[in-house]
Unconditional design. Sequence first.
Length: 384
Amino acid sequence: MIKQDWLDYFEAVNGRSATEAEIAQALAAGEFQEEQAAQEASQFVGAPVAPDQASAGFVAAPVAPEEAASQFATAPEAPVQEAPQFAAAPEAPVAAAPEAPVQEAPQYTAAPDAPAQEAPQFTAAPEAQTFGAQPNSFQQAPQQQPQPGFGQPAPGQAPGQGFQQVPYPGQPQPGQAYYAQPAQSNAFGQAMKGFWSWFVSALVRPTVETQPRVLNGILHYVLTAFILSLSLFFVASAFPYAEVGFTAYLLIVIVTFFTIYVTQLTGFLVRNLVLQDKEYTYKRSFDEFARLSIYALPASLIVLIFSLVKYFEGFIFLRSLIFVLYFLGLLYTVYQGLNRTKFKADKFLLLLASSAVILVIFTIVGIIDRRILEQVSIYIASFF
């Protein structure tokens, strides 16, 4: 490549003219050659010769032998660059390419029946086109796009953007607005914070009607049932003849969760189906019944402490108190349903019907619980 071609290529790629320092650096790196070297390379255009002359390795131009020898002697003064690649094309006629590009030597095709000896000045590269060159010539490698360096922008990049650093992962892109995102709080922490606020509000005013929060009612139900099941398991394990183990604990957990859930479900069935209070939905029943039985949770914690220290008298009293608290919450649910019922019947008759439904449901639940707990301990089964 001559200097003018390199300057045009540099201006097309970078969008500006090359400086003197960049031209000198490209010349030292062998990216182009001077005008004189290019002219000397063009003088070695040979005419086709007979096959018996192919052993010389070069086909000389139509000049005197002395001139050809002198020209080959002065060839090493050319800039040292990579030599063009040569490969034999079998059964092709000998043809010269006088109109090859300036930076490349003319193309030659070797005769098929030429002697096998090759000139030592050439290095044959497989699967490449054949070019003639000077003695001690250079091999020209495929040209690559210049890598962007200091002061040179990458291809397709506007001038002045060569010194921009690639952002790290998570770092905003150049020219992109940066918005600081607030740290997201933990979902579990938010749920517990909301439950604590709801719990304190229910302790102060259990009957106040607020926006129903089903999650708070479910958390109250699960915590109370879990603590009571632990208390019953510790009491059952205190007796020597009780069959306590994982199976016994699992049965106690099933009975405790089942009994508390049926109590809440009974209030919903009586108020929604018997008294026809359609505003009292199933999701709303979790929140309101949990507020009415809010004192059962701290009482269950005290029961757990009594069961750990094996204070059975206090355990029996507080266990009975918890059942009373749940029953009072159920009665208040029925009372609210009587005040909002759509039936025109007498409220006392509606109360009798509601009480009958409650009595039937709790009789069935008591029988089921007793049969299950008899497999654990007769003493624990007597509680139901």
